[in-house]
Write a protein that binds this ligand. Structure first.
Ligand SMILES: [Zn+2]
Length: 218
C-alpha cells in the first residue's frame, strides 16, 4: 500500500468491496481532494488502445488516463451511485481532479460516480455494492420475504377451507397442496433462466468494446 503523507485529508482503508479511500479530516464541499494520475493513453495508437484494466479513465474521445499505476492513490476511490465527490475533467490541461460535492466528515468513505459505461460493464453484472444499492437490495429482500409470508398465509387459509369443505376427504386435500407446490417450482425455474440470459448478454457486450471510467454525464 503506498504511503500517504499525514498532511493529506485521507487514508486507504478497508471498505465493503476491498479497499477504499477515507477522509481523515473534514473536507469541505467544493474542495479538490486528489488528482487521478497515470500515463496518458492515445487511442489513435494501437499499443495504447490495446491496454485494458479497471483503472482506465477516459477523458476525451482520444485521451485516456491509465490509473493502474501505484502512485495513483485516487484509484482506491470506489464508485457510488450517490457519491460525495465527483471527477472534474479538464480536457485542455489533461487533468482529472476528484472534488468534494458534499461536506465529508472524518471516517467517511470518499466516492464518485464512475459513469454509465463502467457501471454496465463491471458493476451491474456483480451488483453494485454502494450504500444506496445495498439499501435498495435490503428493502427488496424484506419486501420479498413479506410477500412470501403473505402467500404462505393465503395458502394455509385455502387449505384449511378446502379440508373443512371436503369434510374428511384428506386425499383430495393433499392433491391440492401438491399442485400448488408444482406451480411454485415452475415459476422459480423461469425466473432463473431469465437471469442467465441477461448475464450472457452483458458478457457479449463486453467483448466488443472497452469500457472505462468517465466523467458523470451531467
Ligand atoms: Zn450503487
Amino acid at each position: 500500500m503506498p504511503a500517504i503523507p499525514s498532511s493529506k485529508p485521507y487514508r486507504i482503508g478497508k471498505s465493503r468491496t476491498g479497499l477504499g479511500l477515507f477522509a481523515t479530516k473534514p473536507i469541505k464541499k467544493g474542495t479538490k481532494i486528489i488528482r487521478y494520475i497515470g500515463p496518458m493513453l492515445d487511442c489513435n495508437k494501437k499499443e495504447d488502445d490495446a491496454i485494458e484494466n479497471k483503472y482506465l479513465f477516459q477523458m476525451t474521445k482520444r485521451w485516456t488516463i491509465d490509473g493502474s499505476v501505484r502512485k495513483n492513490i485516487a484509484r482506491y476511490i470506489n464508485h457510488a451511485c450517490r457519491p460525495n465527490a465527483e471527477s472534474d475533467v479538464s480536457a485542455r490541461k489533461r487533468t482529472v481532479v476528484i472534488r468534494a460535492i458534499k461536506n465529508i466528515e472524518p471516517g467517511q468513505e470518499i466516492n464518485y460516480d464512475y459513469g454509465t459505461d463502467y457501471f454496465k460493464e463491471y458493476l451491474k453484472p456483480i451488483g453494485c455494492k454502494c450504500d444506496t444499492c445495498e439499501k435498495k437490495r435490503k428493502k427488496l429482500r424484506a419486501e420479498a420475504r413479506a410477500e412470501k409470508q403473505r402467500e404462505k398465509e393465503r395458502a394455509a387459509k385455502k387449505a384449511a377451507k378446502a379440508s373443512g369443505a371436503s369434510n374428511g376427504k384428506a386425499v383430495n386435500g393433499h392433491a391440492i397442496v401438491g399442485k400448488g407446490l408444482r406451480g411454485r417450482a415452475a415459476k422459480t425455474t423461469a425466473a432463473k433462466s431469465r437471469v442467465v440470459k441477461a448475464t450472457s448478454r452483458s458478457k457479449a457486450a463486453g467483448k466488443t468494446s472497452r469500457k472505462t471510467r468517465s466523467a458523470r454525464a451531467s
